[in-house]
Design a protein around this ligand. Sequence first.
Ligand SMILES: Cc1cc2nc3c(=O)[nH]c(=O)nc-3n(C[C@H](O)[C@H](O)[C@H](O)COP(=O)(O)O)c2cc1C
Length: 326
Amino acid sequence: MSEKPAAERGGFLARPCAAGKRPGPLAVDIGGLMLKNPVMTASGTFGYGREYAGLFDLSSLGAVVVKGTTLKPRDGNRPPRVVETPSGMLNAIGLQNPGTEAFLATELPFLREQNVPVILNIAGMTVGEYEEIARRVDGAEGLSAIEVNISCPNTDAGGMTFGVSARLSEQVIAGVRRATSLPVIAKLSPNVTSITEIARACVNGGADAISLINTLVGIVIDLKKRRPVLGNVTGGLSGPAIRPVAVRMTWEVSSAVDVPVIGMGGISSAEDALEFIMAGATAVQVGSAMFADPLAPLEVIKGLERYVRDEGLASIREIVGAAKRK
Ligand SMILES: Cc1cc2nc3c(=O)[nH]c(=O)nc-3n(C[C@H](O)[C@H](O)[C@H](O)COP(=O)(O)O)c2cc1C
């Protein structure tokens, strides 16, 4: 584990602090990670940024959250892997990714050049695997935080998803916490009975922030074939259809824990982002919306800038949780 404080490990953290610049009205602090604005990309909808770097300047973003990365490379599920649904989409990519070593050797050097905070989303099939990835990337130059996707099947427990059990969620986060000095963000699954119980367990395990929500499990049937459309049968629902559920969970979790919450689920505009912020989110992620409009995160940032100006706010932080105040 790197002993250096976060601000000395390079990457984005070192830059604004070293420059001594005053934070702007959209600046936020996510568990020690200072971002110039609260808008990030959501994991799995942005790859490692290469496709988007040709379309816009990635340094305009608050941070990029890259594809879910496992210890070893993975080919993912058999196709079809995505299908459109009313107001959303169902995906079963199956964590296709080049693995941790390729991330460090090829993707991180590219991202370092983009001058944007990089958050690595990690996925493991055992607690030890999560821990091992965190240990290998700890101290890597240009990496700002780790987001832990706990919506993964636990092969040690017969395939049960880590994120549906408070005990397993705490174990995963505690393992990652032990292995790294980077800020640790626990990314929660919405496919649970009590999201607040899982959030509390993750904070007990040492999470510096909570992000939510991952996709909701669903099935779409092809009537002609009389079969599920997706090769994997089930997939994860994302997009505007899940937004009210995500806003509700943001409200509940931000009331239950005292670490920052990052909200996502169907955000495509500043108005959508403001719903999450007023429900208690300190920052947001934009996911599926980028498939329709790759510039969607920039529109969200511009809209938030306009909102802060028009409302005469000194900081966006003034309205975090505003909808919950009596
Ligand atoms: C195609 C696709 C791939 C995804 N891959 C990942 C992943 O690797 N890791 C992860 O934590 N979440 C993954 N997600 C979930 C998103 O990061 C996000 O939590 C979810 O889609 C809700 O946000 P949205 O409605 O803005 O897309 C993926 C979502 C989509 C649509």
